[in-house]
Design a protein around this ligand. Sequence first.
Ligand code: 9MG
Length: 406
Amino acid sequence: MRARLISRDRPDDLMVALRRLNLSVRSCQQLTRELGHAQVLVTGGRPSYEEELLPEYGTREREQFPTWVSGKASDRAGDALLSGSRKQFERLIALARRSPRTDALARALEAVLELQVTPVLELGGRRFEWGTRTYVMGVVNVTPDSFSDGGRFPDAASAVEHGVALAEAGADILDVGGESTRPGSLPVPAEEELARVLQVVEGLRARTSVPISVDTMKASVATEVLKAGAHLINDVTGFHFDPVLPGVVAAAGGACCLMHTQGMPRTMQQTPHYEDVVGEVMDYLEEGLLLAMVAGIPRERILLDPGIGFGKTLEHNLFLLRRLEELRGLGQPLLVGTSRKSFLGTLTGGRGPTERLAATLGSVAAMAVMGGADVVRVHDVTEARDALAVADAIRHARGGGDLYGA
Ligand code: 9MG
């Protein structure tokens, strides 16, 4: 089953409005629980949720719980649109938690309404405190054919220099890649990929304390780079390509980023198609998340990524970026990569990859203001950090004057 956030009032924003009425802090806190809070779409729910929970609605005052609009019995049984205040959702969660048959609904609602705090990620001695700011992953490509900087850092020494420069510019993670994943690209044998990335990982470990991610879908490459000190494996197939990979990451105590793709790079942009792009991306990511957890990777060491540009049209990319909040229902931090991608070229009248900096910053700032991404993967770290300093400050702005409190 899945809970998807359609809309939600941010308690912080509501608090600001209530403070403007000069009500006491205590009344404001109480009211933020009682006023309308969220609309949540539940899909793939078993009809038993209705069978179990709706009779309870009947035995009490209905207003105690969110409004429950059931899906059409013939083809959408079990689906529902729930709408209510925070207090009503809290009551429904408490009710759902009482039975193992409805516990999944309780957990999904807690995740989507952000009633639980996403745990801090500790990576290479650094702490990633989700929600405090948007973190930046800098791209270090060691490929002759990447779409935007292929061939610029063909040897290990120049790739290490570039990574060090990105670290000095404020990258929070460095992502080293030895196999291009641009649309149309061909797979690279594991030995060749490893030869490209291993020295770079070693060189970066020697020169910087910034945590290192390696973009690979192959267990044999991951095994060696994790031994060499990489902290995170960034798999663009979200653990759907190499079944050995989750166990390798778990055994090394590594973290991972699981990305969605429809198809493999060579053919993925030929005919992307979805009935429900957000729902299908969530299904795929959830499969990877389960594989990761079954292998023994702790939940707090798993990031998810909708895979912008991977088997998606312009419209799919834009819709996913607009609805990133729905992916929060999976309960994991989100990493998103838009940097220099072709949909930005399309939106800006056909600009080439190296002319897409302003468009990239526009996308990064939009995600930050909407609170959609926890980490952005970018080529231009200095510029992204500046854009995020502004966008994150706007998102967290609280200084409305004396009437609003501090
Ligand atoms: C390797 N790579 C290229 N684009 C990417 C994206 O959007 N996300 C992640 N995680 N990796 C990517």
